[in-house]
Design a protein around this ligand. Structure first.
Ligand SMILES: [Zn+2]
Ligand SMILES: [Zn+2]
Length: 449
């Protein structure tokens, strides 16, 4: 019924609600028994009593003295209002019109949009975190996704996703709920708009014209004592007004309700933050399972770095590659040992230049020096070239970037390479001289820190 009146602002009629509003406090009833809404002596429109001795009708211009009974009622309300400091503070708090973000956020439903956004946000966030890991790795001289165990990586990714996705989402939901419950309270307290253009705002409970000074945020109705909030944009509250609780009379009651709702929502916020954190151990467990798989290629960096180093062929041993030549592992312990290219490692460029290549993987710590020692080389072989590369991408596979300058090893000489980062290195060995395959080089290597 209140909304029916509100939606017909152009009409000016005697509001029947004064007599039929079912929700009236004893105080309201007491006052109502005494007085009807003051009407203009000239045109009969309900008019605000105002603050002076006379009432000035803003519709027809007639002036007439405020009847004694109304003046007494006004005086009683002034006295009551003087003691309501808490109410005034609450009016100021509740009357803050919602910001644009709150309005937009409040209108986003928690429904189907999240079903689409969530998986998308999940994937995008995971990719951003992996990208972040790459950037960090590049800048700190440690390729984290190789140096860390899978348990550590997955724990880190889980924690990062919890912080960047879980926590903001939970707080977003909380903020949304707060905005909406605040909106409901504001709708419950909002004064009715004027029933005709230029008229005064009306009491949400009894529709009587409201008297309030400029800049007031809230006011109690003179006739029924219901508190009214004056600054709410009609668009913000109109949709909720019919469903809002009209059982409350004062702003203090509304604030009490709000505190109850808020403490309930805070408990649910804490609970959601708690159970979402389960995501971290779940991911860690996933990493742990991967770590238990001993057949990974290359083997875990941490395991490979312990004790004597071994260069392992950069080709994964695989039955599908049964006819591919795979060189033997090359241990640093072997000292000056024999090294020979296979005929399958011989290549020819488009211009007809012959070269040999072989690739090994070796784990190195930042600052370590890989020292190469050469003995005899085959007659036509002038030097072996060594290029050191590390993985640039954690996700998109084989992107090997050269680290530092090429190293050349001449017969009966030494050469060294200082590792700029802790990572798995691919060592590409190159010979640009055309020699018969199988000719032996004497080469050794070791790692010095
Ligand atoms: Zn009038
Ligand atoms: Zn009222």
């Amino acid at each position: 019924m209140a909304t029916a009146t509100a939606s017909a602002p152009a009409s000016c009629h005697v509001d029947p609600e004064i007599a039929v509003n079912p929700v009236l406090s004893p105080l309201m009833l007491q006052r109502m028994e005494r007085l009807e809404v003051l009407r203009c002596e000239g045109c009969g429109a309900p008019v605000p009593i105002g603050t002076g001795k006379d009432v000035h009708c803003q519709y027809c211009g007639v002036e007439f003295p405020v009847p004694d009974a109304y003046a007494q009622m006004r005086q009683a309300e002034i006295q009551r209002d003087a003691g309501r400091t808490q109410a005034h503070a609450l009016f100021r708090t509740l009357s803050r019109p919602p910001g644009a973000i709150a309005r937009a956020w409040g209108s986003v439903s928690t429904g189907c949009i999240w079903l689409v956004l969530w998986p998308l946000a999940f994937v995008v966030d995971a990719l951003l975190i992996v990208k972040g890991l790459e950037i960090v790795s590049r800048n700190i001289g440690v390729t984290l996704y190789e140096v860390w165990s899978n348990t550590q990586i997955f724990t880190g990714v889980g924690a990062a996703m919890y912080v960047t996705l879980g926590v903001p989402a939970v707080f977003g939901i909380y903020g949304n709920r707060r905005t909406r419950s605040r909106q409901q309270l504001q709708a419950a307290l909002a004064a009715l708009p004027p029933d005709r253009a230029g008229g005064p705002a009306r009491c949400r409970s009894c529709s009587a014209p409201l008297d309030f000074p400029d800049g007031a945020t809230g006011v109690a109705c003179l006739y029924c004592s219901a508190d009214n909030l004056l600054t709410m944009p009609e668009a913000w509250v109109s949709r909720l007004r019919s469903s809002a609780s009209h059982l409350v009379t004062t702003v203090e009651e509304v604030a009490l309700q709000d505190r109850h709702v808020r403490s309930k929502e805070r408990r649910s916020l804490a609970w959601q933050l708690g159970w979402l954190a389960i995501f971290i151990p779940v991911l860690a467990g996933f990493g742990f399972v991967i770590d238990r798989d001993t057949s990974t290629f290359p083997p875990p960096w941490k395991v490979a770095i312990a004790g004597d180093r071994t260069m392992i062929p950069a080709i994964r041993k695989d039955t599908a590659k049964w006819d591919t030549y795979i060189p033997p592992d090359w241990s640093s312990r072997a000292g000056l040992t024999f090294f020979a290219f296979d005929k399958s490692e011989r290549n020819t460029t488009a211009k007809g230049t012959v070269y040999f290549t072989r690739s090994y993987l070796v784990p190195l710590r930042r600052g370590e020096t890989l020292e190469l020692t050469a003995g005899d080389f085959p007659d036509e072989a002038r030097a072996l070239g060594f290029t050191f590369r590390t993985q640039a991408s954690a996700v998109f596979g084989d992107a090997w970037h050269q680290e530092g300058e090429d190293v050349y090893l001449y017969p009966d000489r030494t050469a060294s390479y200082v590792a700029p980062r802790s990572a798995w290195y691919r060592v590409d060995i190159l010979l640009v001289d055309d020699i018969p395959p199988g000719r032996q080089f004497r080469v050794g290597w070791k790692v010095a820190s």
